[in-house]
Design a protein around this ligand. Structure first.
Ligand code: AMP
Ligand code: ZN
Length: 115
């Protein structure tokens, strides 16, 4: 838990969120400002600032994050038409909340390349 981290506060229930999934290691919730018809964030409950803050000790956690995202995407009905995962990292990556989060985006055709 990082005291001044928005997503740690969401995990702790100090800030409300629209929960999609929770277990001992992961939390998923709807993005407050959706960029697509389905826009869910999945985060580790352990505070990691960036995706590249993870080390070998986080190998299982990172694997679980991706596999759970796959399950959420399937549960949301995104498997057939497809979807996108995004992990914005640092300043050039456009990261605005400094607690690792995987965006799950779907429900429309998404443009490429990103801005
Ligand atoms: P990023 O730009 O990758 O750091 O993404 C941060 C995301 O968090 C953005 O898509 C925001 O809309 C989303 N966000 C910010 N505050 C909240 C909140 N209180 N609840 C849900 N999503 C949020
Ligand atoms: Zn945090």
């Amino acid at each position: 838990m990082s005291n001044d981290c928005l997503f740690c506060k969401i995990i702790a229930g100090e800030i409300p969120s629209n929960k999609v999934y929770s277990d001992d290691d992961l939390y998923a919730f709807h993005d407050i400002n959706p960029a697509a018809p389905t826009h869910i964030l999945i985060i580790p409950k352990k505070h990691l600032t960036y995706v590249n803050s993870a080390d070998e000790g986080d190998e299982a956690l990172m694997g679980k994050l991706l596999l759970k995202a796959n399950q959420i995407a399937a549960d949301q009905g995104l498997s057939e038409d497809g979807f996108r995962y995004v992990i914005n990292t640092g300043r050039n990556g456009g990261q605005t909340v400094f607690h690792l989060h995987l965006h799950i985006l779907g429900g429309r055709a998404l443009g490429w390349p990103p801005g």
